[in-house]
Ligand binder design. Structure first.
Ligand code: GRF
Length: 224
């Protein structure tokens, strides 16, 4: 085992502080997935073989989110933290944080989560919150990224997976995948093509993250 592999193992499995002791593959980190909508990215994570992580809970701000049904079908615990029940973003984020910490999540995976988390939560889990965005950031951040790309007339758009920082769709970029824009595309056809790429890329990134294979230094992210 190389020094680099030992370092990756001990990052993945901090209980094993003695670098010579190998963290067994069957020790999987717990992750929390946050989703507001259909949950097709959640489904891709559920279906991924060898994700290296246990989805301990799926949290949604919307009780009617189909993502919750997908979680229930897979036997995953669900929690609803409704935006409208809180006076402030700070209180909402604190309630989300309680659910994350209740399962001792080592990673938080945003999969179509439509609320901005406050800086307190982001700071507590710095470089452990992942987001997927349907454009090649820094192009077209914010809502309706697919429509923005179409209106701008780009020929290529894509998918970005990044760590979450205090600004929306801004944190260190982990991985990107380009997707062509075709002449007859509308929002729905382009988004469907982007989602095919999302469903491949997100599980691959979460797998690498769960194995401790992703390092961050400022905005620079390295794999391996
Ligand atoms: C995805 O396109 C993702 O990039 C964006 O929200 C959408 C969620 O889709 N953040 P789904 O709920 O995973 O199907």
């Amino acid at each position: 085992m190389t020094l680099h592999q030992i370092q990756a193992e001990t990052r993945r499995c901090p209980e094993y502080t003695a670098a010579a002791i190998r963290c067994p593959r069957e020790v999987r980190i717990n992750i929390a997935v946050l989703a507001s909508g259909s949950g097709s990215n959640l489904q891709a994570l559920i279906d991924a073989p060898d994700l290296g992580a246990e989805i301990g809970v799926v949290i949604s701000d919307r009780p009617e989110a189909p993502a919750l049904e997908r979680a229930e079908r897979a036997g995953i615990a669900t929690r609803i933290v409704e935006w409208g029940r809180f006076e402030s973003r700070a209180e909402f984020s604190a309630a989300i944080n309680s659910e994350i910490e209740a399962i001792d999540a080592r990673g938080v995976v945003l999969a179509g989560f439509m609320r901005v988390l406050d800086e307190n939560l982001v700071g507590r889990h710095l470089n452990r919150i992942l987001n997927i965005h349907p454009s090649l950031l820094p192009a077209f951040p914010g809502s309706n990224a697919v429509g923005q790309a179409l209106r701008h007339g780009v020929r290529v758009t894509g998918v970005t997976v990044h760590f979450v920082d205090e600004k929306v769709d801004h944190g260190p970029i982990i991985a990107q995948r380009a997707v062509p824009v075709l002449p007859d595309d509308d929002i729905s056809s382009l988004h469907a093509r982007i989602q095919v790429a999302e469903h491949e890329l997100y599980p691959a990134v979460v797998r690498a993250f769960a194995r401790g294979e992703i390092q961050v230094e400022g905005r620079s992210v390295t794999w391996g």
